[in-house]
Design a protein around this ligand. Structure first.
Ligand code: SF4
Length: 156
C-alpha cells in the first residue's frame, strides 16, 4: 500500500507542535466539531473495536496539524504490536482530548450514516484552510503509519 508517511518532516512537526497559535487553532477547531457532533447525539456501540483497524476493516487518515496537536500532548509512544491503535485500552481511548478528527466523527451507529460523510468533508476543508493560514505543509497520512514512524523515531 502506498504511504506518504515518509514525507512527514519530523523536525517541522515538532516545531509545529510547540506553536501556541497551532494549539489555539486546533482547540477551537475541535471544540466546534465536537459541538456539531453532539447535536446528532450518536451512540458508541462497539467500545473501541473500530480502533482495531485490521479487525474493523477500515483506515484512519490524519492531517499534519492533527498529528502535531496530538504529538504536543505526548511524552512517550506506546509499543505497537498490531494494526490497532495503541491508545485504545480496555475499550477506551486514552488519548481522547487530542484524538484526531476521524476518531470523533466515526460512529458505527446506523443513525450516524447520513451526517458523517458531509461533516467530514466540511471539516476537512476547514483543516486544509487552517494549514494554509498557519503555513503548515498539508499531508493526509494513515494514522498507524504515523504512529509506527513516531515509535521507531522516539526509540532511536
Ligand atoms: S486515538 Fe483514540 S479514538 Fe483514535 S484510534 Fe486511537 S484509541 Fe481510537
Amino acid at each position: 500500500m502506498y504511504s506518504n508517511v515518509d514525507k512527514l518532516n519530523l523536525a517541522t512537526l515538532t516545531e509545529t507542535a510547540a506553536r501556541q497559535d497551532v494549539t489555539t487553532a486546533m482547540e477551537t477547531f475541535y471544540r466546534q466539531l465536537d459541538r456539531e457532533i453532539a447535536e446528532y447525539n450518536p451512540i458508541c456501540h462497539n467500545r473501541g473495536l473500530c480502533c482495531d483497524f485490521e479487525r474493523w476493516g477500515h483506515r484512519l487518515y490524519v492531517t499534519t496539524l492533527e498529528i502535531a496537536y496530538f504529538l504536543d500532548s505526548l511524552k512517550t509512544f506506546p509499543a505497537i504490536n498490531a494494526d490497532r491503535c495503541p491508545f485504545a485500552i480496555d475499550g477506551r481511548c486514552t488519548a481522547r482530548p487530542r484524538r484526531p478528527m476521524g476518531c470523533r466523527i466515526f460512529y458505527c451507529d446506523p443513525t450516524a450514516a447520513h451526517w458523517q460523510g458531509p461533516l467530514t468533508e466540511t471539516y476537512l476543508a476547514r483543516l486544509r484552510k487552517l494549514h494554509t493560514d498557519l503555513k503548515v505543509p498539508y499531508l493526509y497520512v494513515d494514522w498507524m503509519a504515523v504512529l509506527r514512524r513516531m515509535t521507531i523515531t522516539s526509540a532511536t
